[in-house]
Design a binder for this molecule. Sequence first.
Ligand SMILES: Cc1cc2nc3c(=O)[nH]c(=O)nc-3n(C[C@H](O)[C@H](O)[C@H](O)COP(=O)(O)OP(=O)(O)OC[C@H]3O[C@@H](n4cnc5c(N)ncnc54)[C@H](O)[C@@H]3O)c2cc1C
Length: 344
Amino acid sequence: MSRVLIVGAGLTGSLCACLLRRELSDKVKIVVWEKSRGTGGRMSTSRSPSNMSCTADLGAQYITATPYYSQIHKSFYEELLLHDVLKPLEATIEGMMLKDEGSLNYVTPSGVSSIVKHYLKESAGAEVFFGHHVTHVYRRGSGWEVCRKGGSPEQFDVVVLTMPVPQILQLQGDIGSLLKDSERQKLEAVSYSSRFALGLFYKAGVQISVPWAAKYVSSNPCIRYIAIDDKKRNLVSDECGPSLVVHTSVPFGLQHLEDPLEEVQPVILCELEKVMPELPKPENIKCQKWRYSQVTGSVTDCPGQITLLSKPLLVCGGDAFTHSNFDGCVESALKVFEVLKSSL
Ligand SMILES: Cc1cc2nc3c(=O)[nH]c(=O)nc-3n(C[C@H](O)[C@H](O)[C@H](O)COP(=O)(O)OP(=O)(O)OC[C@H]3O[C@@H](n4cnc5c(N)ncnc54)[C@H](O)[C@@H]3O)c2cc1C
C-alpha cells in the first residue's frame, strides 16, 4: 500500500481523494491535510455565529457549465444532480455575463462547500485532518517527510499539493531545489485576483425586498457583486433570516490587501449602504480576505498538473494549472489522477 498525502481539502484535493478511493483503493492509503478548520477552500460555506443553519457562500457562487464541459464532464454533473448537491439556477442574476450560448448555471442548495463534502464523503476510508498546516517537504530515500505546524513530521510515498501556487512556492524543505528553472518561471508567473467578501446574516422574519437574487454592480469602486444568498440558492426557511454576500472589486481588494479586516469591513459596509440604502441592520457579519481569489494567469498551456519529481512522486494540481472554476478543478484532478494511476 502506498501512503498518499493530499495537501488541501478544496475541490481539487477532495476530488483527487475520491478518484483514488474509487479506482485505486486496493493500492493506496489516502491522507488529506487541510490547514483550515473546515472543508471547501475557496468553495467554503460560512455559518452565522448565532444560527448555525443560516449559511452564506463567501467564495464561489454558482457553477456554470459551458456546452463543452457539460459534455466532457457529463458524469460529474449527473452525479452531483442525482445527489441534489447541484440544482439548476432559477433566480435572477442581474448583469450576469453570458459565457457561451447554451451554458447551464447551477446552484448548491446546501452551500457550495457541499460539492467538496460530497467528494470527501465518497472518499470513505481516507483520513482527513483539519488544522494541519504543511510547512516543509523533504525528500527522504524513496519517500517524503512532511512537516506541519505544531505536529510531528510524517512519512509518505506520494505527495499531491493542491493549494494556490504562491503557497506551494512558500513551502520550505526540498521543493525549491527540485524545481527546474523552467518550472519555477512557469509557477512564478501564475497570477491571481484579490478581493474581500462580506457575509451579512439576518434574524428570521427580516425581509430584503429587491427584484433580483444577485447582481453585478458597475457603479461603485468598492462593490462588484451582491447576492441574497438564500434566494440565489432557492431556499425557503422559517428558522433563518436572509443572508447577503458582498464581493468587492479587484482594485479595491488590491488597494486594501495588507489592511486589517477590522479596518476594511466598515469601509465596505459604508459603500454597501450607498448601493443599498434601505438594507436592514444585520445580526452578524463575517469579513473574509481572498488573497488568492481567482486565477488571472494560469500555468502556461494549462497542463492540469506539474510533476515536480516522479520517484518518489510529487505532483502539484489545482485551478492554477487549468482555469478558476468547477470544471478547471475537475480537469486538474483528472490529470493528477492519471499521473498517480500510471505510477502506483
Ligand atoms: C470570491 C470567489 C468567487 C468565485 N466564484 C466562482 C464561481 O462562481 N464559480 C466557480 O466555479 N468558481 C468560482 N471561484 C473559483 C473557485 O472557487 C476555485 O477555482 C476553486 O475553489 C479552487 O479549488 P482548489 O481546490 O484548486 O483550491 P482551494 O479551494 O484554494 O483549495 C486549496 C486548499 O489548500 C489549503 N491549504 C493551503 N495551504 C496549505 C498548507 N500549507 N497546508 C495545508 N493546507 C493548505 C487551503 O486552506 C485550501 O482549503 C471563485 C473563487 C473566489 C475566491
